[in-house]
Design a protein around this ligand. Structure first.
Ligand code: ZN
Ligand code: ZN
Length: 376
C-alpha cells in the first residue's frame, strides 16, 4: 500500500495553497482508494478559494471533477453504481455529491441535492483534518469514504472523463430549457460549461446553435463542438448592438431557448433580449450571489410570453445525469479532448485558482479548462 499522498491545501480565504502530506488509508468496507489521474478546476473552486462559500471552513482540500484509477477496494465493493464489475486498475469517474437515498428529500421530493443527511461532497469537505483528509481531487490519492458514492467505470481519456461533471450541469440546463428537435438555441458564454451546453443542445436535436462570447479561442472551440454560428461580442456594446448581432445569426429572430452561462447579473439581463417571444431563458451561470439586476415584468416577460428557468448545478437527477453525461462523451463524435487547455501539476493549484478569478490567462495563454495532473 502507498504510504502518503500529497495534497494541495487552501490554508485560508485567498490562499496561500500549501502542499501537505497525509497518510493514505486502507479502505474500510464499501470504500475505495483512487489514484487521481486528473482533476478539473472550475469557477466554483475559485469562489471557494476566495471564501465565498460560507459552508467551507479552511484549511480546505478542493477538487470535485475527479477521474482516477482504483488502487484499493474495501470489503464488499466490487461494482460501480451501474452494477458493472470494477477492479483495481480500472479507471472511474466520480460524481462528487452523495445522498442518503432514504430521507424525505431523497425519496419523496426526489431532490437528493437537498438531502439532510448527506456528507459533504468530494472537494467540499472542510476543514481538511476532520475525518479522512483525502476527500478532494487536488491530491495524489482520493479516499472514497462516503457511503453510496456514485462512480462509474470508464475507458474515456482522463481529459475527457473529467468533463462528465460540467456536462451533467449542461444536461440539466438543456432539460430546463426544453431543448428538443428543431430548437433554436443561443449559448451565452462558452467557458467549459457553455461548451458542454453547445454539445448537449446539438445532441438534443437543436436545429441551430449560436455561441456568444468575447473570446476567440473559446468561440473556435464552440464551433468545433457543434455551434453553427458564433458571435464575438468583445467589440460590441452591451444591449442593442449585441442583440442585433445575435438575431442576425438566427436570421432575424430570437432563440426558442437561451442558456445563460455568462455568470454575471448584467449578462443575465442581456440574455433576456436574445429570447424569441414564447421562448425560454435557462440561467445557470450565476451559481453564486453576484448581485441583483432590474427587470421590467411587462416589457421583459409578459408582453413577450417569456419563461425564465433557474438551473442549479446538475439538478435533482444529478446521479443519473452524470451517467448520461459520460455516455454522451463516450460517443466520441466531438473533439471533447480539446476543451482542457492547461494541464498543471499540484504545485500550480494556486496560480490556476487565481487565473480563474481574474483574466482567464495562465502561462501566457487563454484558459478554457484547467486540469490538475498530480503525476506532473
Ligand atoms: Zn466544477
Ligand atoms: Zn437523503
Amino acid at each position: 500500500m502507498i504510504a502518503t499522498s500529497r495534497a494541495a491545501v487552501v490554508t485560508g480565504p485567498g490562499g496561500p495553497v500549501e502542499i501537505r502530506e497525509y497518510p493514505v488509508p486502507a479502505p474500510g468496507p464499501g470504500e475505495a482508494v483512487v489514484r487521481v489521474e486528473l482533476c478539473g478546476i472550475c469557477g466554483t473552486d475559485a469562489h471557494v478559494f476566495h471564501g465565498r462559500l460560507p459552508s467551507i471552513v479552511f484549511p480546505a482540500l478542493l477538487g470535485h471533477e475527479v477521474v482516477g484509477t482504483v488502487v484499493a477496494l474495501g470489503a464488499g465493493l466490487d461494482r460501480d453504481f451501474a452494477h458493472r464489475p470494477v477492479a483495481v486498475g480500472d479507471r472511474i469517474g466520480i460524481f462528487p455529491a452523495t445522498s442518503c437515498g432514504a430521507c424525505y428529500e431523497c425519496v419523496v421530493l426526489r431532490r437528493p441535492g437537498q438531502c439532510r443527511q448527506r456528507p459533504p461532497s468530494y472537494g467540499f469537505k472542510s476543514p481538511v483534518e476532520v475525518g479522512s483528509p483525502l476527500t478532494g481531487g487536488f491530491a495524489d490519492y482520493l479516499h472514497l469514504a462516503n457511503p453510496g458514492t456514485v462512480f462509474y467505470r470508464t475507458d474515456l481519456a482522463p481529459e475527457v472523463a473529467i468533463l462528465a461533471e460540467p456536462m451533467s450541469v449542461a444536461l440539466h440546463g438543456v432539460h430546463r430549457a426544453g431543448i428538443g428537435i428543431g430548437a433554436t438555441v443561443v449559448v451565452q458564454g462558452v467557458g467549459a460549461i457553455g461548451l458542454m451546453v453547445v454539445a448537449a443542445a446539438r445532441t438534443a436535436g437543436a436545429a441551430r446553435v449560436v455561441a456568444v462570447d468575447g473570446n476567440a479561442r473559446r468561440l473556435a472551440l464552440a464551433a468545433e463542438l457543434g455551434a453553427d454560428r458564433v458571435v464575438d461580442v468583445s467589440a460590441l456594446d452591451a444591449g442593442v448592438p449585441r442583440h442585433r448581432a445575435v438575431r442576425d445569426a438566427l436570421d432575424g429572430s430570437g432563440a426558442s431557448a437561451v442558456i445563460g452561462c455568462s455568470g454575471s447579473p448584467a449578462g443575465f439581463a442581456e440574455a433576456i433580449g436574445y429570447v424569441a417571444d414564447g421562448g425560454v431563458l435557462a440561467e445557470l451561470g450565476n451559481f453564486t450571489d453576484r448581485g441583483s439586476i432590474p427587470i421590467n415584468p411587462y416589457t421583459d416577460l409578459l408582453r413577450r410570453d417569456i419563461t425564465i428557468a433557474g438551473v442549479y448545478g446538475a439538478g435533482p437527477d444529478m446521479q443519473a445525469r452524470y451517467l448520461r453525461a459520460l455516455e454522451i462523451l463516450e460517443r466520441g463524435d466531438l473533439p471533447f479532448a480539446r476543451v482542457v487547455s492547461h494541464r498543471v501539476p499540484l504545485r500550480d493549484v494556486e496560480p490556476a485558482l487565481r487565473a480563474l478569478s481574474t483574466g482567464y490567462q495562465l502561462d501566457g495563454s487563454d484558459v478554457v479548462k484547467i486540469a490538475i495532473d498530480p503525476s506532473r
